[in-house]
Design a protein around this ligand. Structure first.
Ligand SMILES: [Zn+2]
Length: 446
């Protein structure tokens, strides 16, 4: 890494977006991304770029700006950043999460890593290109969207279905990738190319109501539900070793024995059960299995009544290729004969999505990444969580998660700050990302 780079304009933009407090708690009236959309609109106006605003609900504003390409055959590229953030537990923070203080080379605040840092860098790179009179062959699109932190309903989902002409491109970049990861003496730069699906299920477990003073041989829904929960939690779907995981393990620098186990469906579960590095074990497990996590239970009505109904919410994250039918089968297999007491009353399936990694954009990203990390190796990665990329992959767009980051904040710490306390980003990473997005557009679209 070269001497510290700074870019005061991107720091100031990030500070403004943090201070705008676009906190999305999942309710329609929250978020109010209009404030940050306004800030980015002002930046675009000053740069002489036109933009469109979309406001499906009051205050839920997304903004789209385009620099039209001269050649309709040339590939087009979209930078997609969200402007909302998740709520905070203020008392657990060491600093005011919405003051955006700059302390010792780091900007503190909710959204500093998820993902106002990249939204700022993308917007500024776009504005600088517009200011400079950039005339690309392929079109460049900037989308600053609302509502990523709920389900994207009032942001990316809305745009991809209702304004797809304005936003659909051949290629798209969004969070989260480009962060250096030191592993076994190597520097890897994971770039997400695919995301697991999420299938959120509500199960209703039934029983027979009766008086709690005589529990012998009663059919207690809560006791049945306890059995269902423990079977779901201990059920392990079979490992699935995909190409992305295999490539990651090969690039990892682990010793040969460990590599062999990590890609062997017969042995990986045994390894993960005893691996001392819990973070790695969880990540490796989630990248190679459909996972099942019971998270909410509601039931019972009165202490002296044997309950007749308990509801359990289960967060199931599906591997590439899984369908809703596969999930139903998984539940039935896990729950066994107790399934006679169980009804699946709700199922919200958001299927997995994937993009190929052998593309011209991948090659262009490698070039840009090599400037910040000459010793780094970019590797494709499967995201275990969801981003707005999923809506655009479904339109046929090749989507990756990308940014450029310094070596200052270790990968594990950075990943934990997503939705965590004391979120912060270093100013060098902000400068590197702004530069990378500007350079990439010049390389890829000219
Ligand atoms: Zn995010």
């Amino acid at each position: 890494m070269s001497a510290e780079v700074r870019d005061d304009e991107v720091v100031a933009l990030l500070q403004d977006l943090i201070r705008n407090r676009c906190v999305n708690d999942g309710s329609v009236a929250s978020g109010q991304e209009v404030a940050s959309a306004g800030r980015i609109a002002a930046l675009l106006e000053e740069a002489g770029a036109d933009y469109e605003s979309y406001e499906p609900e009051p205050g839920r504003v997304s903004l789209v700006s385009r620099i039209e390409g001269s050649d309709p055959e040339a590939p087009s590229l979209c930078y997609l950043g969200h402007t909302d953030v998740v709520p905070v537990n203020e008392s657990a923070w060491e600093r005011d999460p919405f003051a955006a203080e700059l302390v010792d080379g780091e900007v503190w605040g909710r959204g500093a890593v998820d993902m106002l840092n990249l939204t700022s860098s993308m917007s500024l790179a776009f504005a600088r290109l517009a200011r400079s009179g950039f005339r690309p062959k392929g079109t460049l699109v900037l989308a600053a969207v609302a509502d990523e932190e709920a389900l994207g309903t009032h942001g990316a989902s809305y745009l991809s279905s209702r304004a797809s002409d304005a936003v659909s491109t051949d290629y798209l970049l969004t969070e989260f990738g480009g962060l250096p990861l030191e592993m076994a003496g190597r520097k890897l730069i994971p770039v997400p190319v695919a995301e697991k699906g999420s299938c959120w299920c509500r199960l209703r477990v039934s029983g027979e109501p009766s008086h709690a003073s005589m529990p012998l041989r009663t059919d207690n829904a809560l006791v049945n539900a306890a059995g269902v929960v423990s079977r779901l939690a201990s059920f392990s779907p079979r490992p699935e070793i995909g190409e992305t995981w295999r490539a990651f393990v090969e690039a990892s620098g682990f010793d040969a024995a460990m590599q062999d186990q990590l890609v062997d469906p017969e042995r990986i579960d045994g390894l993960l059960a005893s691996l001392p590095d819990l973070g790695l074990a969880r990540q490796a497990h989630a990248c190679t299995h459909t996972t099942v996590a019971p998270t909410i239970a509601h039931g019972g009505s009165k202490i002296n009544i044997i309950p007749d109904s308990v509801e359990i919410d289960v967060d199931i994250r599906t591997m590439p290729g899984w369908t809703e039918q596969d999930v139903r089968q998984l539940i039935a297999e896990a729950v066994g004969e107790l399934m006679a007491k169980v009804e699946i009353v709700e199922m919200h399936d958001d299927p997995p999505t994937a993009s190929p990694s052998e593309t011209p954009l991948w090659a262009a990203l490698e070039k840009v990444t090599a400037r910040a990390h000459p010793d780094g190796k970019m590797i494709p990665f499967l995201m275990t969580g969801a981003t707005d990329a999923r809506f655009f992959r479904r339109l046929g767009t090749v989507c990756y998660g990308f940014g450029a980051f310094s070596d200052r904040i270790p990968f594990g710490q950075f990943a934990r700050m997503f939705h965590g306390h004391n979120e912060r980003v270093d100013v060098e990473s902000l400068a590197l990302s702004a530069e990378a997005f500007e350079q990439l557009a010049r390389d890829f679209l000219s």
